[in-house]
Design a protein around this ligand. Sequence first.
Ligand code: MN
Length: 229
Amino acid sequence: MTDFIFPPAATPSLPIGGEDRAFPVRRVYCVGRNYAAHAVEMGHDPDREAPFFFQKNPNNLAPGADLFPYPPMSEDVHHEIELMVALKSGGRDIPEDRAGECVFGYGVALDMTRRDLQGEMKIAGRPWEIGKAFEESAPCSELVPVSETGWRDNGAIWLDVNGERRQTGDLNQMIWKVPEMIAYLSQYFELSAGDVILTGTPSGVGPVSRGDLMEGGVEGLGQISVRVV
Ligand code: MN
C-alpha cells in the first residue's frame, strides 16, 4: 500500500436513497447547450450540432447542501438545473444500444456558473474552468437507482427562485439523449463506474443573489432546495 506524505483527500461521493452505502464519484462530465430553447437564449443555433462537454471536479459536487456560498471573483452567478446521471460501468466506444446498461441511477443538480467569467473565456477562446469548476458549484440531490425508477427519457424539470418559476422543461426536450451522450463521450474518454454526467439545462437560466432560495427538481427523480449565502 502506498505511503503518502500527507493524508489523501476523501473520495467524493453521493448518497443513495434507501441505501447505507454511498456512490463514489470518479469524474464529472457536463454537456453544454442540450436543450434547444437554452441554446437560443445563449445566442446559438439550436440545430443539432455535436454535443460538447466540459468537466467539473468531483469535489465540486455538494450533495444535500442547503446553502450555496456565492463564489468570489464574479458578479453574475447563474443557476442551471440539470438531470444528473450516475454510471455503474463504462468502457470505450460503447454502442448507443448498450449505453443504458451503464446507468446506475439519477439525481438532480445545479450547474452553478460564473457567467461573467465564462463569457470572458468564451470570447478569449480559453477554457471554462473558472466559470464552472469552483467550490460547491454543483449542489445536488441524492441518487435514486434506475432499478427503482426505470429508464427515464421524459419528465418535468424545473427551477424556482424565491417561489417564482424560472426554468422549466422536459427531459424529452434534450437534443442529445442520455445513451447518445454516453456513446459519444466513450469515443473520447474511457468511461468508468463512478462517472457522473450533468446533462444540460432547459431555458430560463439567470442570475442569483445572496439570500435567494433556489428550489428545483426532476419529476420523480429528485428535488433540491438551496439558499444562496
Ligand atoms: Mn450546464
